[in-house]
Ligand binder design. Structure first.
Ligand SMILES: *[C@@H]1O[C@H](CO)[C@@H](O)[C@H](O)[C@H]1NC(C)=O
Ligand SMILES: *[C@@H]1O[C@H](CO)[C@@H](O)[C@H](O)[C@H]1NC(C)=O
Ligand SMILES: *[C@@H]1O[C@H](CO)[C@@H](O)[C@H](O)[C@H]1NC(C)=O
Ligand SMILES: *[C@@H]1O[C@H](CO)[C@@H](O)[C@H](O)[C@H]1NC(C)=O
Ligand SMILES: *[C@@H]1O[C@H](CO)[C@@H](O)[C@H](O)[C@H]1NC(C)=O
Ligand SMILES: *[C@@H]1O[C@H](CO)[C@@H](O)[C@H](O)[C@H]1NC(C)=O
Ligand SMILES: *[C@@H]1O[C@H](CO)[C@@H](O)[C@H](O)[C@H]1NC(C)=O
Ligand SMILES: *[C@@H]1O[C@H](CO)[C@@H](O)[C@H](O)[C@H]1NC(C)=O
Length: 860
């Protein structure tokens, strides 16, 4: 079995023993499994056994009486016995007439009776590797009965001479011979006479130190493979330099060889040496008549590919030169390779490519140049390669692109590209990962090619966008990877917000690790086919409804800063990853859990990775262990709402008349009132409680409203704006710690302020941060029983617009909000009542709050 081979390769029967000690030894379904059972003799097995495994035992001897008649047995393995030697007696397998595979490998020392194998005329696979067998195994007639033999494994033995017995002439089906790791120093014409007329699909002479300099003069040795045809001939790891290769190939001139392997050779001068020769136009000349199609000369020391090096190899289709020291491709090095399809030059020392580097390769489809040091490419080395389908330039040092002909796949990852320039790369698959591209505008250039389907730009430095062209409407892009860039910097400046607008065929989009704090409005609106979206590892705290295309099925929001979850956003999904966010677990979580239960969405990741971060009592408690009770707000609110309605109506009617009168003179009235009250309460002003809080109020508004807020509120309230003002306010532009993450700043501001004033405008509602801040401030009402939130609505906002947002809905239902006056004369009055609200300590009364409050407990 494979395992037996594997263990042989590991080379320790000790390990094997331990592996198998615990495995039961049994017979089941015609397979007798007796590997590693410490057996010293062959056990009895049923007559119908097909497969018999006896590896890793302690059987010293197998003889004619070892096996009962097992007419059906096909496979027998007695390898790796942990005894000093194994003896196979006369006719040991005579009772196994139909055996097809016999494995006696890795017995270290194997003693064979000359008649050991009699009767094995159906065996096609014989494994005798690592048995300290010498040349007699081939020179004598041990194998005479193996007339069906196809595969003979004699690797890792001590064969020193290769002169097979005449009997091999009758083994017509023998096609694979493995002689790797023996000690055959030379094979000359005549030695393999009994192989004449045969075709070997695989002949392995790897690692034999063939033709060592100390051997007899092999110059006159002739062609060892005379009248033999070879599929694959493996001559690797024999320590051959250029002279031996040339000599050998001259000797075998005319022998058909399909695939020649010289992997691990010592041809070539290497880097910085001159004493060994690089191969030249004569080296492979001997192969001219062999019809060779595949040549592996990888893992060597070739430094220069000399002119006309491969000129005789007109049939060659595949040339592997990886892991040499190739630094120079001389003119016309590849001349004559008119049928070559694949050229592998990876892992060499190429530093530049000249225009004529690939001259003569008119049919090449695939050039692998990865892992070189190519820093500069002449204008057009790929120009004439009209059949080219793929170029692999991964892991080089390319700074500027040459022009490429149109092809299917181009790998340019791990280079030093600073920009695409104006070069269009006409390929279906373009990999530009890990370069230094900074301009998202380059993507617009890449998308000029209508048939491009895959673009990979992961781990670049995209942080700017300077575009000169629009994305073509008929592009075919289906896969785009923009992960690990800095797209936040692009979109924050309002640049290239249309980048996805025309990608109507796109199926997969990666935007992970882009420092995104918010998604620009309508950014995904053109992605009509989008199926999979990766937004993992950003800083998103809020997802507006309708942000994702309806076609979306898989979404990764892992490692963001989402505070809450609104099912509306995720309606179309079948797979969602929300692990490692910063959820605030309030009553809305119940809605979420219920939705997940009844929807078809699958949540990715371990359930312990989807957890709460806030409120403090629930930090890192997984959703699955959180239970929120008393969350039926809607029902509790109803009577309250009704009485509120009655009360408001009555009050309204009563004061209507008075209000109409007052309305006309209210500005003047208020100024009188202020003056009187001001003188009366002079002392009390000083007594404002300065305890506990760093700020009197945190002003929360959308950044776009800052101008207005500054003119209308800050200038009239904040003490730093005017000495007349008495409040210490906190607001983002001045008081937020730069570098601290935004959500922490907001949280600190709310905790450190007596009140939080939310300036609710149209912009405010659009801004996810603001809505989350609102939500957070509101949460203190429930958690600490402190009503810290003051809501100021500015501009004409309909009730409907406000009620769309759950946190605001909850607030409006329990408390009144302030409306910024439309009439200018009311502003003073408004600011005054706002000041009062800031100073007022509103404790939520325990008694009334019990019903509203959520009790949160953790299932332990
Ligand atoms: C055959 O081998 C067994 C041990 O496996 C041994 O006991 C027996 O004597 C041997 N028979 C002959 C004829 O050598
Ligand atoms: C040799 O192989 C052929 C084809 O696989 C098969 O038909 C023939 O029986 C085999 N000859 C012997 C002697 O096993
Ligand atoms: C070229 O050789 C390298 C190293 O063995 C290998 O990884 C790569 O797949 C090969 N390229 C082709 C096109 O076969
Ligand atoms: C790109 O499209 C915009 C809007 O359709 C248009 O105003 C602009 O001129 C176009 N630019 C180019 C270079 O075609
Ligand atoms: C989502 O992204 C994270 C972070 O990159 C990754 O660990 C996770 O496997 C992804 N989830 C899915 C479902 O692919
Ligand atoms: C999911 O729904 C089923 C019935 O639809 C209910 O029995 C089960 O308790 C629910 N599970 C959770 C976690 O809500
Ligand atoms: C869940 O899937 C089933 C069958 O695929 C479908 O009938 C049902 O409408 C889906 N439910 C939801 C909530 O999408
Ligand atoms: C989740 O955590 C609990 C408690 O630490 C542990 O018992 C459980 O095995 C974890 N579940 C998974 C899927 O890791």
């Amino acid at each position: 079995t494979m395992l037996h081979h594997l263990v042989f390769l590991l080379g320790t029967s000790l390990v094997a023993k331990e592996i198998f000690a615990s495995i039961n030894c049994y017979y089941q379904k015609q397979i007798a499994r007796y590997n590693g059972c410490s057996l010293t003799e062959v056990p009895l097995v049923p007559k119908d056994t097909l497969v018999f495994w006896l590896n890793f035992n302690k059987i010293r001897q197998v003889n004619a009486s070892s096996f009962p008649l097992l007419e059906q047995l096909l496979i027998l393995e007695i390898g790796t016995q942990s005894v000093s030697s194994v003896t196979i007696g006369k006719a040991a397998f005579r009772n196994l007439p139909n055996l097809q595979t016999l494995d006696l490998g890795d017995n270290k020392i194997l003693h064979l009776d000359p008649e050991a194998f009699v009767g094995l005329s159906n065996v096609n696979t014989l494994r005798l590797f690592h048995n300290r067998l010498d040349e007699s195994i081939l020179e004598e007639d041990y194998l005479r009965d193996f007339i069906s033999l196809e595969y003979l494994d004699l690797s890792s033995n001590q064969i020193k001479i290769l002169r097979p017995h005449r009997l091999f002439y009758h083994l017509k089906n023998l096609t694979i011979v493995n002689l790797k790791y023996n000690q055959i120093p030379i094979i000359c014409e005549g030695h393999l006479d009994s192989f004449q007329g045969k075709f070997f699909s695989l002949f392995i002479l790897n690692s034999n130190y063939l033709y060592k300099p100390t051997s007899e003069d092999w110059a006159n040795c002739g062609n060892p493979f005379k009248n033999i045809a070879l599929g694959t001939l493996d001559l690797g790891s024999n320590g051959w330099g250029e002279d031996k290769v040339q000599h050998f190939l001259t000797a075998v001139n005319g022998t058909p060889i399909d695939f020649l392997k010289f992997k691990n050779h010592i041809m070539g001068s290497g880097f910085g040496f001159k004493n060994f020769r690089d191969p030249d136009k004569d080296t492979f000349a001997g192969l001219a008549r062999s019809g060779i199609r595949l040549l592996d000369i990888s893992h060597g020391f070739i430094f220069s590919l000399n002119p006309y090096l491969f000129q005789s190899l007109g049939d060659l289709e595949w040339l592997d030169l990886n892991h040499n020291k190739i630094n120079q491709i001389q003119k016309q090095a590849f001349f004559g390779l008119r049928n070559l399809k694949t050229l592998n030059l990876s892992y060499n020392l190429l530093g530049e490519l000249y225009n004529d580097a690939f001259e003569g390769l008119q049919n090449v489809k695939l050039i692998d140049l990865q892992q070189n040091h190519i820093g500069i490419i002449a204008q057009n080395p790929f120009r004439d390669l009209l059949s080219l389908e793929m170029v692999d330039l991964r892991d080089n040092a390319i700074k500027t692109l040459p022009s490429f002909p149109s092809m299917a796949t181009i790998f340019l990852s791990d280079n030093k590209l600073l920009s695409i320039g104006s070069q269009t790369i006409r390929a279906t698959f373009i990999n530009l990962e890990r370069n230094r591209l900074a301009n998202l505008g380059d993507l617009y250039i890449l998308l000029q090619v209508p048939n491009v389907q895959y673009i990979l730009l992961r781990q670049n430095r995209l942080s700017d966008c300077n575009k000169h062209v629009n994305v073509s409407e008929n592009n075919q892009l289906i896969y785009l990877d923009l992960g690990e860039n800095m797209l936040k910097l692009v979109w924050d400046r309002g640049l290239c917000l249309d980048v996805f607008r025309a990608l109507s065929n796109l199926l997969v989009l990666h935007l992970n690790n882009n420092y995104l704090t918010a998604l620009p409005q309508d950014i995904f609106s053109g992605l009509k086919s989008l199926n999979r979206l990766n937004l993992a590892s950003n800083l998103l705290s809020y997802l507006p409804p309708d942000v994702f295309p309806e076609s979306l099925k898989t979404l990764n929001m892992s490692e963001n800063q989402l505070l809450s979850l609104a099912p509306e956003v995720f309606m179309t999904l079948s797979l969602l990853d929300i692990t490692n966010n910063r959820f605030f677990c309030d009553c809305t979580l119940n809605t979420w859990i219920a939705w997940v239960n009844k929807s078809n969405v699958t949540l990715a990741g371990s359930e312990n990775d989807t957890y709460c971060v806030l409120p403090p009592g629930l930090t890192r408690v997984p959703f699955s262990s959180v239970a929120l009770d008393g969350c039926n707000e809607d029902e509790l609110q109803k009577p309250l709402q009704f009485s509120l309605f009655i009360f408001t109506s009555v009050t309204l009617i009563m004061f209507l008349t008075a209000v109409i009168v007052f309305n006309h003179f209210r500005g003047t009235c208020f100024v009188w009132y202020k003056t009187i009250i001001g003188t009366l309460l002079k002392e009390r002003k000083q007594a404002i409680d300065t305890s506990a809080y760093k700020y009197d109020a945190y002003l929360c508004y959308s950044n776009r409203d800052f101008e207005w807020v500054q003119n209308s509120l800050l200038k009239h309230l904040d003490s730093q704006y005017s000495e007349k003002n008495r409040f210490t306010l906190c607001f983002e532009e001045r008081d937020f710690l730069p570098g601290e993450d935004h959500i922490t700043n907001i949280r600190d501001a709310i905790w450190n302020s007596r009140k939080t004033i939310c300036i609710v405008t149209r912009q405010f509602l659009k801004d996810g941060w603001c809505v989350e801040a609102f939500n957070f401030a509101q949460s203190r009402y429930f958690c600490d029983l402190k009503d810290v939130l003051i809501m100021v609505a500015v501009g004409s906002l309909s009730q409907y617009q406000l009620m769309k947002y759950k946190p605001i809905r909850v607030f409006v239902q329990r408390s009144q909000y302030m409306q910024w006056p439309e009439d200018h004369q009311d502003v003073d009055w408004f600011l005054n009542s706002l000041s009062h609200q800031i100073l007022q300590e509103k404790k939520v009364k325990k008694k009334s709050s019990v019903t509203e409050m959520q009790t949160i407990r953790t299932i332990s």
